[in-house]
Write a protein of this length. Sequence first.
Length: 337
Amino acid sequence: MFRLTLSFYWVVLSAIANFRATGVGVAALVLGFLNPVCWKYECCHGNRAWIPNNASRLKELLETELYGQHIATKIVFNQVGAYLREKNPTKPFVIHISGKTGTGKNHISNLIARSRYYEGVESKYVLKIIATHSYSYMTTQEAQQKIAAKVKNHVSSCQHSMVIFDEVDKLPSGTLDILSHLLDNNHEIDGIDYRKTLFVFLSNTAGNLIQDYLHRKLEAGFERESISVLEMESAIQRLLYSNGELGLSSILSRFQIDAYVPLFPLERRHVKMCANNLLTKRKDKCKCGDAEECTSVRAEDVVKEIGFSGRFSLSGCKKIETKVNLVCGPDVPKTEL
């Protein structure tokens, strides 16, 4: 009973904190009172405590937990952030994130989920479809039927859904065309409103193109931060249309993708930032405590254990945690000492 009461007050306080002049906060409060289930368990409709769509939180996460991705930070904050703030979007938001392994594709989708849902990527309103989990071995028609059914069933339970397609480049050619009619400015399709749903496509397709482009720019003396959104967007669009998972797709020809996010390969300084961030969060790691100099030295030791090809990390920040354990040893609970 005590836990239930605390959960109830948390819902009320969260709704008040998220109150806006539109009256959404009031709606959350009223529905919280009327539906006791939402006091304790994740709910969809009218409850900003569980689905805050917090653009300010997104900005904070991007600034503190994403490294070396100036274009991704700008696009995700400006465009996804604006979508999160929009009370009545005219269409679903569709974002395509492309890069090589370890550049942060899943990481960015997790940051978006953490800003949209109180439960983050663990929210029951997040659907993740991984292409290599059976879909890549199906015919196009089989994959389309299965994916269409899963998306319809998922969004029917909550308009404020997030559908993530991981390794979308591994899907049978033409699979994504089945989604095209869902991504337009439609009020409802078969009784389901998709306009508040966020679709995320994670792809490796343009990874080599992005890395080669960055390498040429750096060799010519440019800073990576000088590369613009427009020049990368144009290059990725051309590649996807000619030789990618969206080749000749109606999703491209009907301009249904709202944002193309290129992820650059990470350099040593960025990998060190990842290691430093993990060591700072886990202060007992390496017995550094609050000593910044110790943390910095240990972060350098971690970087030495990461494989590089020239100036770029082969795995980005993907192996940071295991390499921190290699350098510092595992965390040992005090009860085991």
